[in-house]
Design a protein around this ligand. Structure first.
Ligand code: FAD
Length: 443
């Protein structure tokens, strides 16, 4: 997400401040930052070099993107141009038809932004700030595409980077980096949402060199067409949760698109049924041996949804600002009315507060020092501000605010999904509440 999907009790189960993890062939960025920290250098944001490459976004009043070095701004410039050219014109249409724009996948792969936060031979991991701004830029144009990206690049690839063996990483990651193959992450179950850590019922039974998986998963993004689905299941022998890479054509695996979704409509969320689904031992993630390991993946992607929510509200703000400048009532653009300016400025305040907070979270993550409470507060605060911002934007557009034509209705609806996934507001609140009082109030 990064996206998804974790319930929060399992978020809660992750020890606070657990350090970053090195993943062998493909290390995660925080690993490198952790080493720097041990050596005594302070966490810091990369210094900008040279004049700004990027035009400041209307919603970035304080120029946070200009904090990035010029070469990182170049990455965002390429991405931004591609998003405007290829994605913006089609986002509403695909959203209305609830269809994923498959033709964009190879193009996104070629942009080089997939798995940017992981080391690869010949390409060191990018900073957390850059990978976070990639999420923001995609989200401010199409939050559905940003969710596809977060599930693939964050949750699915992150599981393999962190928990795969060297052989597994070499086998799967090159195709995932290039988006020749798509990943998904299946944790949530029909009866296991916020409490999935305790409530996970999908079972795994070892039979010789194979495992047999039985159970059901729900809400799984990308799963109708993903080539690899990371499935979390409880080993009947020791009751521990383990991770399995299941291929779309594995016998006993079926994924059915969930219909009737009114947010992130282009994302293909699926109900998965595992019915005696056979997975070779070679495809069990070597380092996924308890639910704590699942938590390590979620810790890696945590904070990503807060960035999605900054992008979503920024997109809504920009659309409202454009509209206010062109819509004429009482003989002048509505942008000239005080009450409309009040809404626009409240939106900008929300975006700015959210962005400042997420930039600090990215800095802390870069240093391997972000606590669960810090990430949880960012998620709950930014998604709450986002909900206000998209509602103000809808108000600025009057009746047109409920039409797709001006993008605002799409952002308005998509905000609802971001508000709930990767731990709901309540669950993230409980994580912070526990940290500040020392008392757990989950049950
Ligand atoms: C669009 C979308 C995409 C998703 N993608 C994925 C994915 O790719 N992979 C995946 O594994 N999952 C995915 N999810 C699942 C997502 O993570 C869950 O929806 C989320 O964890 C919440 O679980 P739930 O919906 O079952 O809500 P529930 O857990 O049933 O919660 C319902 C309500 O009860 C509240 N509540 C629950 N427990 C408590 C408590 N102890 N105290 C106070 N209030 C409480 C919640 O805050 C919420 O308001 C996705 C979900 C959505 C909506």
């Amino acid at each position: 997400m990064s996206t998804s999907p974790s319930g929060a009790a399992e978020v809660a189960a992750v020890p606070e401040g657990e350090g970053p993890v090195r993943g062998g062939a493909a290390d995660v960025r925080e690993g490198a930052a952790d080493v720097r920290e041990q050596e005594g250098s302070a966490p810091r944001t990369p210094a900008p070099s040279g004049p700004p490459v990027l035009e400041p976004l209307p919603g970035d009043l304080y120029g946070y993107e200009q904090m990035l070095p010029a070469q990182d701004q170049q990455v965002l410039l390429r991405l931004r141009e591609w998003l405007q050219r290829e994605v913006a014109p089609i986002a509403n249409d695909h959203w209305a038809r609830a269809e994923f724009p498959h033709h964009l996948v190879p193009q996104l792969g070629e942009l080089g932004v997939i798995g940017l936060g992981y080391d690869r031979p010949g390409r060191p991991a990018a900073s957390r700030l850059l990978t976070s701004f990639v999420t923001l830029e995609i989200s401010r144009v199409d939050t559905s595409l940003a969710t596809f990206f977060g599930v693939h690049s964050g949750l699915a690839m992150g599981s393999i980077v962190l928990l795969g063996s060297d052989e597994q990483r070499e086998r799967w990651l090159p195709d995932l980096f290039a988006l020749r193959r798509v990943g998904a992450f299946a944790l949530t179950e029909p009866d296991g949402g916020s409490d999935v850590a305790l409530g996970l019922k999908t079972t795994a039974r070892r039979e010789g060199d194979e495992w047999v998986l039985d159970g059901a998963k729900r809400w799984i993004g990308n799963a109708t067409f993903a080539d690899l689905v990371v499935v979390w299941a409880r080993d009947v022998a020791d009751d521990a949760v383990k991770g399995f890479v299941v291929h779309q054509d594995n016998p006993g695996f079926t994924a059915t698109k969930m219909e009737g979704k009114l947010a992130l409509r282009s994302v293909q969320n699926a109900d998965i049924v595992l019915d005696g689904c056979r997975v070779p031992e070679a495809d069990r993630l070597a380092g996924a041996n308890t639910f704590k390991d699942t938590g390590r993946v979620l810790q890696l992607t945590r904070g990503g949804v807060a960035w999605n929510s900054v992008g979503c509200q920024m997109g809504a703000y920009e659309a409202a600002l454009r509209y206010a400048g062109s819509r004429v009532q009482f003989g002048r653009p509505i942008a000239g009315f005080q009450l409309v300016q009040d809404l626009l400025v409240k939106m900008l305040g929300n975006v700015t507060a959210s962005l400042g907070l997420t930039v600090r979270v990215a800095e802390l993550q870069e240093a391997g020092a972000c606590t669960d409470a810090q990430a949880a507060l960012a998620k709950s605060y930014c998604t709450s501000r986002m909900r206000e911002t998209v509602a103000y934007a809808r108000e600025v557009l009057g009746g047109n605010g409920i039409l797709l034509d001006h993008d605002v209705a799409r952002f308005f609806n998509d905000a609802e999904a971001l508000y709930s996934y990767e731990g709901t507001r309540e669950i993230n609140t409980l994580i912070v509440g526990r940290a500040i009082t020392g008392k757990s109030a989950f049950v």
